[in-house]
Design a protein around this ligand. Structure first.
Ligand SMILES: *[C@@H]1O[C@H](CO)[C@@H](O)[C@H](O)[C@H]1NC(C)=O
Length: 169
């Protein structure tokens, strides 16, 4: 075999190896979504498109960054808005002191300040009141714009509740 053939053969056989090594190295840093899951949250409370995040594992303080702000409707009723930077404190089953996430209730935009996982329910608190949603509604990350209802969403068949934020006492 000529040197050239050896070089070409080496490239062909070694390049898949090089690719998989790169992938292994990248997967050592968890994504914002897998990190959420490690705190027992469903990925669907975070829209697609997180480009970076930081987390202080000692305090749970985090920032997550999107390229742009992000709006969509939550399970057919509420409008949600995520700023391009959101922050808060994360611990198992609990997000507190959230900033950058708003929900439109009637005609008001209210900050969601706390998200708590309680068994199969997700509780979103806006301070004065809170609303519970079934965890099944958050199994996939919503997309900015069309949210959970992009294409033929699998979530379509879930029962819609009308206005839990307003009806809770
Ligand atoms: C964010 O912006 C960068 C730079 O313009 C681009 O390369 C990247 O694809 C964007 N990411 C998302 C998720 O839109």
């Amino acid at each position: 075999m000529s040197h050239l053939t050896i070089v070409i053969v080496s490239i062909i056989f070694l390049s898949p190896l090089a690719v998989s090594v790169t992938f292994a190295a990248e997967s050592e840093t968890p994504t914002a979504y897998s990190l959420l899951q490690s705190y027992n949250f469903p990925v669907g409370i975070l829209p697609k498109g997180v480009v970076a995040y930081d987390l202080d594992t000692a305090t749970g303080k985090f920032h997550a960054y999107f390229n742009n702000s992000c709006s969509f409707s939550l399970v057919g009723s509420y409008q949600l808005n995520y700023k391009s930077t959101i922050s808060g404190y994360i611990s198992e089953n609990k997000l507190k002191k959230l900033t950058g996430v708003k929900v439109k209730v009637l005609f008001l935009w209210l900050n969601i300040v706390e998200v708590i996982r309680n068994g199969d329910e997700m509780e979103f608190s806006v301070g004065i009141t809170s609303a519970n949603f079934a965890i099944q509604e958050f199994l996939e990350s919503p997309q900015c714009g069309c949210g959970f209802e992009c294409k033929d969403s699998k979530l379509e068949s879930f029962a819609r509740r009308n206005t839990p934020f307003v009806s809770s006492s």
